[in-house]
Write a protein that binds this ligand. Structure first.
Ligand SMILES: NC(=O)c1ccc[n+]([C@@H]2O[C@H](COP(=O)([O-])OP(=O)(O)OC[C@H]3O[C@@H](n4cnc5c(N)ncnc54)[C@H](OP(=O)(O)O)[C@@H]3O)[C@@H](O)[C@H]2O)c1
Length: 326
């Protein structure tokens, strides 16, 4: 107990142990729930500065980058996923949630499977939010998406839950990730040389997942992002043809975009075993690019970080140098 920070934090009251490895301390009238290890005490003491784990849901394109940034800054982080995190959590199985939430004060939430979210009897992110707040989580950062305003989009309920949670929140609405070309669904097309997608000459301002991660890490640890919705894009909208050319130039590969009629794209996906409704949903979001509805450039990265977003060209150079397309 003599390691505890109550002597070092201005405004801190005595520490009380309420369970094994779980303690409560009052700092400037805020009650904080603390885990015994490790103690984080900063000069600018706020409730979240002295408390412990930050929960990151998912270890994929965004989660692992956020965790890496926070760990590099000395923050205690717990990643949660079905098979790949520090702790096993299945969003589809509420019995797995409580162990991950104990001692957590800030959480990054994603809905990794929009189809599962829309068919669940009870929307699972809203339910997770309720349990997180009841467990003592004081700050929520949600990864949403540009189309979350539509009633049919399950992320709409997730956004509503986070915004109405009663704790601090930030919503991130990124456009298409640049990393889809190197870590996601478009990588096989790059490797085969033919990016066959129903996007025509439509353009979009691909956002670098490193920017999303930097905004998320900041939102999880700094007060200034409270109650903010950030639209996150890159600095310039480009077509899939230009994206393919840039990847080809950086890698020396022959990579081209091949436009596909949207109906043909649906048929090909169904023939490959994708359920019809999912094939239509996925094709529908891609045709938004084709129709010019995803070409907007937003100022979310600049507003959140005070600097312009990363360029697609720089992402491509980094990914090529890292061997992501080898
Ligand atoms: N890609 C884009 O262009 C784009 C654009 C805008 C918004 N988004 C949003 O980004 C989100 C996806 O985030 P991401 O790209 O960082 O993730 P991701 O790279 O797709 O990885 C998904 C992660 O979630 C975990 N996961 C999957 N199912 C799970 C479950 N039932 N319970 C717990 N964990 C589970 C996976 O690990 P395990 O398999 O080990 O569980 C994995 O670590 C989606 O909500 C999507 O709408 C994506």
């Amino acid at each position: 107990m003599n390691q505890l920070p109550d002597q070092r934090v201005a405004g801190a009251g005595p520490v009380q142990q309420i369970a094994e490895d779980v303690h409560v301390i009052t700092v400037d009238d805020h009650k904080c729930f603390l885990d015994a290890r490790p103690w984080i005490v900063s000069d600018t003491c706020s409730c979240l500065d002295v408390v412990n784990d930050i929960l990151i849901l998912g270890t994929g394109k965004t989660g692992r980058r956020i965790a890496a940034r926070l760990r590099a800054a000395g923050r205690p982080v717990r990643t949660a996923a079905r098979t790949s995190g520090d702790i096993a959590v299945d969003l589809g199985d509420p019995d797995t949630w409580a162990p991950a939430l104990g001692g957590v004060t800030a959480a990054y939430l994603i809905e990794p499977d929009l189809q599962a979210a829309s068919t669940a009897r009870e929307a699972r992110i809203p339910r997770f939010v309720t349990e997180a707040v009841a467990a003592g989580v004081r700050r929520l950062v949600l990864l949403s998406a540009g189309g979350a305003d539509h009633d049919s989009n399950p992320l709409k309920l997730a956004e509503q839950a986070v915004r109405g949670s009663g704790v601090e929140w930030t919503v991130l609405r990124p456009t298409w990730f640049a990393q889809n070309f190197s870590e996601g669904p478009w990588r096989p097309g790059v490797l085969s040389g033919a990016l066959a997608l129903p996007t025509g000459d439509g353009r979009t301002a691909f956002v670098d997942a490193e920017d999303i991660a930097e905004v998320a890490a900041s939102a999880l640890t700094e007060d200034r992002h409270n109650s903010q919705v950030y639209m996150l894009t890159g600095p310039r909208a480009i077509s899939f043809g230009e994206a393919a050319d840039l990847i080809a130039k950086a890698t020396g590969r022959d990579v081209r975009h091949l436009d596909v009629d949207p109906e043909v794209h649906i048929e090909r996906q169904v023939a490959a075993g994708v359920p019809g409704d999912v094939a239509r949903l996925l094709t529908g979001v891609l045709t938004a690019i084709r129709d010019g509805r995803d070409a907007g450039v937003a100022d979310g990265v600049e507003r959140a970080l005070g600097r312009p977003p990363g360029r697609f060209e720089d992402y491509v150079s980094r990914a090529a140098a890292a061997g992501d397309w080898d």
